[in-house]
Design a protein around this ligand. Structure first.
Ligand code: 13P
Ligand code: SF4
Length: 360
């Protein structure tokens, strides 16, 4: 179809979905999404597929195509609960690997295999083996932002939503925590457990500075600053609240600050603000180029072709799964980050924005 051609039938089919995103997607842009969205919603039924989307996906994916949305922890948990035959992970590769580890018998698709992560790139399985050699007997906690090969060398996984609870669950006075140095130091501030860190950083969150946030604070009376724990320590000290993407989402939904700055990836503010009209969003943000590789067009193609599939070597998967499963087994009451379920397939009007976090 040419760029100028409007698919009227598709536009009609997805018209109710526009209500969900009308404050963040200009009306003139909406027709661009109609044909892919209509096709995706049909393909999901045809293939018994479910779309799990991370909070950093763009609003047309997050609000109009996804069945489940949330942070890394929520997506991992929901992957276990799903009875679909096909899981499409609208997020980055380590998230798709986690879904595959928990659903070895299912087809797990990631619309772009090159959707990586600077944290996952920062460490290899050989690096973990060397750390174990240097610190014999010290348990190794890996942030979920790592490859399956790295997870296979570690004792337990964690996410930004449960890192402290996981570290403390081990009953050890010393823990190796990798690869995010800033998340590790944030956890270290809250526990007596000695934390041995690795120098991995998120290329998106490490770019924020305390100075820029202070400048925003002086320019905006009554500004509430909430930050992701992948940010540098001085940025976290400047923030009024620190949490995973689900915890940031819930902070805004529940606390309703008059004016908020979410120190994280750009789509977070778009997605949260689409359903909340009594909060002013101040928007300095950094884009994650990996998250932005996922589009409606490649989600549609993935569903049409049932590819690219996520594959993990069976021996690696068996060991990596243990680390992920141990994380899920640690008392849910200590953690937050469980997603609200979504109904991206059915054309409903504007949705009530509900909590993504829950203690179970
Ligand atoms: P969350 O688990 O908090 O969603 O974080 C994932 C991530 O990659 C943040 O950069
Ligand atoms: Fe990785 Fe950072 Fe992108 Fe999250 S925002 S996927 S940690 S590069």
């Amino acid at each position: 179809m040419s760029a100028n051609h409007v698919d009227v039938a598709a536009l009609e089919a997805v018209a109710p979905l526009y209500e969900r995103v009308k404050t963040v997607i200009p009306e003139i842009e909406w027709p661009v999404h109609a044909s892919d969205l209509a096709a995706i919603n049909e393909l999901k039924k045809e293939k018994n597929a479910v779309i799990l989307a991370h909070n950093y996906q763009t609003p047309e994916i997050y609000h109009c195509a996804a069945d489940i949305t949330g942070d890394s922890l929520a997506l991992a948990r929901c992957a276990v609960d799903s009875d679909a035959d096909v899981i499409v992970l609208a997020g980055v590769h380590f998230m798709a690997e986690t879904a595959k580890l928990l659903n070895p018998e299912k087809t797990v698709l990631i619309p772009d295999l090159d959707a990586g992560c600077s944290l996952a790139e920062s460490i290899t399985a050989a690096d973990v083996r060397e750390l174990r050699r240097q610190y014999p007997g010290v348990p190794v906690v890996t942030y979920v932002n790592t490859s399956a090969e790295v997870k296979a060398e570690c004792d337990i996984c964690c996410t930004s939503g449960n890192a402290l609870a996981i570290v403390e669950s081990l009953g050890s006075d010393r823990v190796i925590f990798l690869p995010d140095e800033y998340l590790a130091s944030y956890v270290a501030e809250q526990t007596d457990v000695e934390i041995i860190t690795w120098q991995g950083h998120c290329e998106v969150h490490e770019r924020f500075t305390a100075e820029e946030l202070e400048a925003f604070r002086s320019g905006h009376d009554g500004l509430t600053i909430i930050a992701h724990p992948e940010c540098p320590p001085d940025v976290l000290k400047t923030a009024d609240f620190v949490g995973s993407t689900a915890q940031m989402h819930d902070y805004v939904v529940k606390e309703r600050p008059a004016k908020v700055l979410m120190v994280t990836e750009c789509s977070m503010s778009d997605n949260v603000s689409a359903g909340i009209h009594d909060v002013e969003f101040v928007r300095p943000c950094n884009l994650c180029p990996h998250m932005k590789r996922i589009t409606l067009a490649n989600i549609r193609k993935a569903l049409e072709t049932l590819s690219p599939v996520v594959e993990i070597d069976a021996a690696v998967a068996d060991r990596a799964r243990i680390a992920v499963q141990r994380m899920l087994d640690v008392g849910r009451s200590q953690m937050t980050g469980v997603s609200a379920q979504r109904d991206g397939g059915s054309p409903l009007p504007e949705r009530e924005i509900t909590s993504q976090s829950a203690s179970a």
